[in-house]
Design a protein around this ligand. Structure first.
Ligand code: GDP
Length: 200
């Protein structure tokens, strides 16, 4: 399940424009600042990859990276950025939702959740929307190394509270993995998990 080769393929504005070669793919999604670029960097061990997605004009695009010439990691626009103009938020609902609803090669969404903060409504809303639309999710908790802070900021506690809220609303509890891009925790677990999902 190791990554030997990663290539940037293209940035697309809509699901219609995404690659059409039928290879399986995983979409990476989360709130702005959740640690998405750091996680992708840590996964593929190539700084250029996530940097490509951070270039002006690409942050609001669907960015396809081909891994080992056989499957894609798809970097999606972040959501819930406090300072984003309403237009940017509407964008998420129109074209990212279109991507989820029409992308047949999508194996699962890696929904990134910041473990250093208490459960956020916008993340729970996003998870509910995906569940309602029958899109498979894996929760990937980020920043689990962050232990400092006041009440409610301990990662293990935040993760437990988040899971409890999900359990109350989901029929099937999605798989989840705890990660840190600083310590490398969860990297191998996540790669193995993705290879298992691909081989179903
Ligand atoms: P993005 O906006 O989701 O792409 O988030 P970034 O990857 O740019 O990370 C946002 C901030 O969180 C940066 O200051 C990172 O250094 C920090 N960060 C990301 N991942 C981790 C992590 O696993 N542990 C810690 N302690 N900080 C992290």
């Amino acid at each position: 399940s190791q990554i030997k080769d990663v290539q940037f393929v293209k940035s697309s504005g809509r699901a219609k424009d995404c690659p059409r070669d039928e290879r399986p793919e995983f979409a990476v999604l989360g709130r702005s600042n959740v640690g998405k670029s750091s996680l992708i960097n840590a996964l593929v061990k190539k700084k250029e990859v996530a940097l490509t997605s951070k270039k002006p004009g690409k942050t609001q695009m669907i960015n396809h990276f081909l891994v080992n010439k056989s499957w894609y990691i798809v970097d999606l626009p972040g959501y819930g950025f406090a300072k984003a103009p309403d237009a940017a938020r509407t964008d998420w609902s129109s074209f990212t939702k279109g991507y989820f609803l029409h992308r047949e090669t999508l194996v699962a969404v890696l929904l990134l959740i910041d473990a250093s903060v208490p459960p956020q409504k916008i993340d729970l809303d996003c998870a509910s929307w995906l569940e309602r639309n029958k899109i498979p999710i894996t929760f990937v908790f980020t920043k689990s190394d962050k232990m400092k802070g006041g009440k409610g900021t301990r990662p293990d506690e935040n993760i437990r509270n988040f899971q409890q809220l999900i359990r109350q609303n989901y029929r099937h509890h999605p798989p989840w993995i705890m990660t840190s891009s600083v310590t490398g925790l969860g990297r191998d677990d996540l790669l193995l998990h993705m290879s298992q999902l691909r081989n179903y």
